[in-house]
Each structure stands twice: as structure tokens, then as C-alpha cells.
Design a protein around this ligand. Structure first.
Ligand SMILES: [Zn+2]
Length: 365
């Protein structure tokens, strides 16, 4: 067996590791998009460094775009094998890859307008909605903790990585010439004591581990106090100053954590009667999707669900759908909380909320 690293090595994002077995079969571990590398990004995403048609199997650790975002391009370039993933990763992957295809399309349209003015030939998007839809047809669902044969001599096991819904560490048992090797790919590893998800499961023994090490050199703060901190800012901004509280939040993960914390405050009768808007179509879809997988939630939130069947919904919460509704929020004179994407505030609707509210002292970003 040989391993070649085609991304997320000496850098972050673009996770792609290619295993070549002695019998020539090729198994790809994740197929992520490079992100945020400046001018280099497009070059890095334009070529895999291997022939997409030669790959027999893909297995996906989780749905984040830096691990899944080039799957439609792999399919566009001739990959026809199976894609093994957990059921939740498949569902979330469907939402995120479609969103990614739309971003590719819109970005390329914007760039090509400029290129046309300069007399330059147009760029082609990395892939389109059709490629993303085709990729989804290749997914095969595998549940956590079930060894599955994926090709002759290779068994696969997913264990919960506690990173996002459906995320998994991937374990391969590879038998070649009567010798069995266990190879583990950690994927992104979640934190202990997450508000919603279970803690990462203990790995089975492995001979080799490919370990995700982003943030490997720092200790994260303990997760606590989200609800109390939120309440402080709502009281200061919306009650005392009568302003708007704008919270940039990732559509997957952070938005649901915030909604859960606000719901907790509501259950404890501490949430002031201030309207809360979630303004991101992707956040709405991701929240609905998450609700379909309560079996992956930790014990604490499941206990809450014995009394409150929807721990992400409370009186005063509204999901904004259309662009017009989103613009209307700017004209609202009364105090409110606006949770919007992207989490880094570098794209999406949150940008216009920040632009419209940052100059008024009453408001908090
Ligand atoms: Zn991730």
C-alpha cells in the first residue's frame, strides 16, 4: 500500500489522500476544496495531481467543503465509483455541495464580466449543479460502528468524530498478501462537551494514523457560558440601548448552537421578548437537517428534548427566506437579534447587515 497526500499537508484545506493498494485499486480519503489561499487557491483547485478516472472508491469523513468540495469536480472528470459516508454526511453533503455549485456559478459570472471588459476569455466554473447532483447519486450510506467490506480485502468502519453532524473518523482494515494493516484517518476531531453533539468516540487500534492537526498547537477554551454571554449582550444592546445585535455565525454548527442556547434561556424564562431572526437560507436548511438526526445528539440535549421536542425553536424566532425580507430587516426600527452567515463575515447576507448597522452606537456586531 502506498499513500500520497494531495492536500491538507503542510497547509490547511483541500484534504485529499490517495491510497494505492498492491492490487492497483485506488481509494481516495476525502476530496476537499482548497479555500482562502489567495491567488494560489484557483491553481490548487484546478488540478488533482492524479487521474479522477483511476480512483475506484471515495470515502468521506464529513460534509465540510474543505473535505468534500471537489467531489463534483471528481465526478465531472470521470470518477464513477462509490462514495462511502454516514447518512447524515450524505444529507448535509447534498445541501453544501449544491450551495458550493451555486457559489462557483455566481463567482465565475462575476469574474467573467470583468474579464470580458478586459477582452480576456471567460473562466469555466469548477463544476455546476448537475455535477453536484450526479455526485450525490454515487453516495452509499454506512452507519457508525458497523464494519463494511468496500472492496476485496478492505473493510471500513466509521466512528463518531463529534465535529459536525455525521462526522466520522474512518478506519480501514486492509488485507494484502495475508497481512492485515489497520489505517485510521481521524478527519476533523470534535471537542468534548459540545452543546449538541456527542464527544468523539475512542478509536480502535491502528497501525498508522493520518491525523488532522489544524489547531493541534493550541488548547481551546472550555465550552461554557454561551447562554449567559448571549443574554448579557442581548440585555446591553437590545434592552438598554434599544439597538440591534448582529451575530455572524457559520450556517452549520454555530448557528444551531446559538439557537439551542437561546432556547435554553427561553425554557428558563430568562430570554427577553426580543425578536430573533436567522437570515441565511443555508442556516435554515442545516437546522432542519440537524433536527432529523436526534440519535446523534448527546445525553444533555436529549434530556431537554423529553420536555421540549424542538430545542432549536422558541417564541420570537423567525427564519428569513427571501432577499426582500432580508433587506426589510434593515428598515426595522425596533431592537432585534440577527444571526446571519457567513461566520467569518467575508461573504453572505451578514455583510450587508454589518454595513447597515456598524455606524450606529446602539448596535453591537
Ligand atoms: Zn470540518
Amino acid at each position: 500500500m502506498k499513500i500520497a497526500f494531495h492536500g491538507a499537508a503542510r497547509t490547511v484545506t483541500g484534504s485529499k489522500h490517495l491510497l494505492t493498494l498492491q492490487n492497483g485499486k485506488k481509494i481516495l480519503l476525502d476530496c476537499g476544496l482548497f479555500q482562502g489561499m489567495g491567488k494560489e487557491t484557483d491553481v490548487l483547485n484546478s488540478e488533482f495531481g492524479f487521474d479522477a478516472r483511476s480512483v475506484d472508491i471515495l470515502r468521506l469523513s464529513h460534509a465540510h467543503i474543505d473535505h468534500s468540495g471537489l467531489i463534483p469536480k471528481l465526478v465531472k472528470e470521470g470518477f464513477e465509483g462509490k462514495i462511502f459516508a454516514t447518512p447524515a454526511t450524505k444529507e448535509l453533503g447534498g445541501i453544501l455541495l449544491e450551495d458550493s455549485a451555486v457559489i462557483q456559478r455566481d463567482d465565475t459570472k462575476f469574474i467573467n464580466k470583468r474579464r470580458a471588459k478586459q477582452g480576456l476569455p471567460p473562466y469555466e466554473p469548477l463544476y455546476d449543479l448537475e455535477d453536484a447532483a450526479k455526485a450525490l447519486e454515487l453516495f452509499v450510506e454506512v452507519n457508525y460502528d458497523e464494519w463494511t467490506t468496500i472492496t476485496e480485502g478492505v473493510q471500513l468502519l466509521f466512528t463518531d468524530a463529534g465535529h459536525i453532524i455525521g462526522s466520522a473518523a474512518v478506519h480501514l482494515k486492509i488485507t494484502e498478501e495475508n497481512k492485515t494493516t489497520q489505517l485510521t484517518f481521524s478527519g476533523d476531531v470534535g471537542r468534548y462537551n459540545d452543546a449538541i453533539l456527542r464527544s468523539p468516540s475512542v478509536f480502535p487500534q491502528a497501525d498508522f494514523i493520518i491525523l488532522e492537526s489544524t489547531y493541534g498547537n493550541k488548547l481551546h477554551d472550555e465550552v461554557h457560558g454561551t447562554a449567559d454571554t448571549l443574554l448579557q449582550w442581548i440585555e446591553l444592546t437590545c434592552i438598554q440601548k434599544k439597538g440591534k445585535l448582529i451575530i455572524p455565525a457559520f450556517s452549520v454548527g454555530r448557528t444551531q448552537e446559538l439557537l439551542y442556547a437561546l432556547n435554553q434561556l427561553d425554557l428558563e424564562k430568562r430570554l427577553p421578548g426580543v425578536p430573533v431572526y436567522v437570515d441565511s437560507p443555508l442556516s435554515r436548511e442545516a437546522t432542519e437537517m440537524l433536527k432529523a438526526y436526534p440519535q446523534y445528539f448527546n445525553k444533555r440535549i436529549r434530556k431537554v428534548m423529553e420536555k421540549d421536542d424542538d430545542p432549536f425553536d422558541f417564541p420570537g424566532l423567525k427564519f428569513i427566506k427571501t432577499v426582500d425580507e432580508s433587506k426589510y430587516l434593515n428598515e426595522l426600527p425596533q431592537p432585534c437579534v440577527i444571526i446571519s452567515a457567513s461566520g467569518m463575515a467575508d461573504a453572505g447576507r451578514v455583510k450587508h447587515h454589518i454595513m447597515n448597522n456598524i455606524s450606529d452606537k446602539k448596535n453591537t456586531i
